[in-house]
Design a protein around this ligand. Sequence first.
Ligand code: 5RP
Length: 219
Amino acid sequence: MTQDELKKAVGWAALEYVKPGTVVGVGTGSTASHFIDALGTMKDQIEGAVSSSEASTEKLKSLGIPVFDCNEVDSLDIYVDGADEINAQMQMIKGGGAALTREKIIAAVAKKFICIIDESKQVDVLGKFPLPVEVIPMACSYVARELVKLGGTPVYRQNVITDNGNVILDVHNLTILNPIELENKINAIAGVVTVGLFANRGANVVLVGSSNGVKTITE
Ligand code: 5RP
């Protein structure tokens, strides 16, 4: 199976976690895009979705799924999204698609984070995938210097402005042995909007696509 076929398999497998009559939190990226296709088949049974990016919003609307502002919902049962890396503790690096801030907000609101990945995303130690950090533009140089002090090599993501009007620094050369500590340290740097480490709030369920089928990992 190709990587995209594995992503499709987990995207569709996540449908079993969608409860009729609810609003569903929806992520961003190629795996989440397969989930949106699957969700389209249930559009008459759900109330709608809260979306983590303009791209996902556009796709949801094109399939006739109502999209709510996050402020309109008190709680969400589930948030379904992919990841760039995930470890055995279900902590993740996210933000390859630059949607990390809205993703983190919806993940915080949701009771359950259902992470959908192909098996290439599973790692022992986070950090090989450059860690995305969303930064207020005027703070970019300062934040970059602070990230160097933490041992990383920040690289400005060219030609990308986030849905929130900010820029992304991708931090290379990190071996993240204590993800919660690093998440808290980077979040504390003035000018950082969000770091793409999802360690304080990790996933609750992981659906892993492999050539042997979809494996479910729970807490
Ligand atoms: C977007 C994300 C995505 O979940 C992550 O980049 C994985 O993407 P894909 O499903 O395309 O491999 O965090 O900001």
